[in-house]
Design a protein around this ligand. Sequence first.
Ligand code: ZN
Ligand code: ZN
Length: 264
Amino acid sequence: MIRSTLHNHTRHCDGKNTAKEMAQAALEAGLTDFGFSGHAPAFFDRESTMASEEAYRQEIRQVQQTFQGTLRIYLGIEQDYLDPVKDRSAYDYVIGSIHNIKVEESYFTFDWTQEKLEELLAALGDRELLPQIYYEYMIDMITSQKPDIIGHFDLVRKLNAGEKYFKEGRAYQKLALNALEVAMESSSVLELNAAGYRYRSTPYPDRFLLDRLLEKGQLVTVQADAHDTSGILANVSKAVEVLKEVGFRSSLQWIKGKWEEVGL
Ligand SMILES: [Zn+2]
Ligand SMILES: [Zn+2]
């Protein structure tokens, strides 16, 4: 049973609800622990990231007070690899994610619209470079930034349904597995991100990566990546079913300020 989630957005970034509305929905959904992970400001993306970290922190602290005694609330942040937060100590946890690729001096978001992704691919020239660069970033992010949680490990697949832009065959799998080995040796926790279902038929990460995680006895944390109140536990039960199918019996949940292994 899922009692806690940490990957949640509000109106401070690209979410649709206030922190208070999100917390209320989390409480109603039966959660005991709930964390906010707004998109940290990124100088190359003003559209989907928060304008002010200070205003964000202030609102989350207020909501923490409001829900004291009913819901444990955590102040986290989702940072992009290409512009991490300056003061990590201001947060209870950091989710490290890759949403952008830099080509020469330009930054391209690859998980937003097909148009933006196509601009990136045009700048790259060779489409197969996209997963290659993405997993290079991933390895560097894990080793140099050491996020507490690795966000949607294979987000690069998001708009690639039907292998529209690049192949997801053996060469791709090798890149992803190689980065996964680095992740498994790190202290970062991987999430099973149920938002994968919004664009693909699987959560992030893909099945072959979950098989490898199980083989190595690694646990994941199940996250909805909610952007509105209706998304609090969206697709989470589906994602849990996938985990069970693979052979997992438990997952990691952040309860009372620490990771706890909880049965699925
Ligand atoms: Zn993200
Ligand atoms: Zn997110």
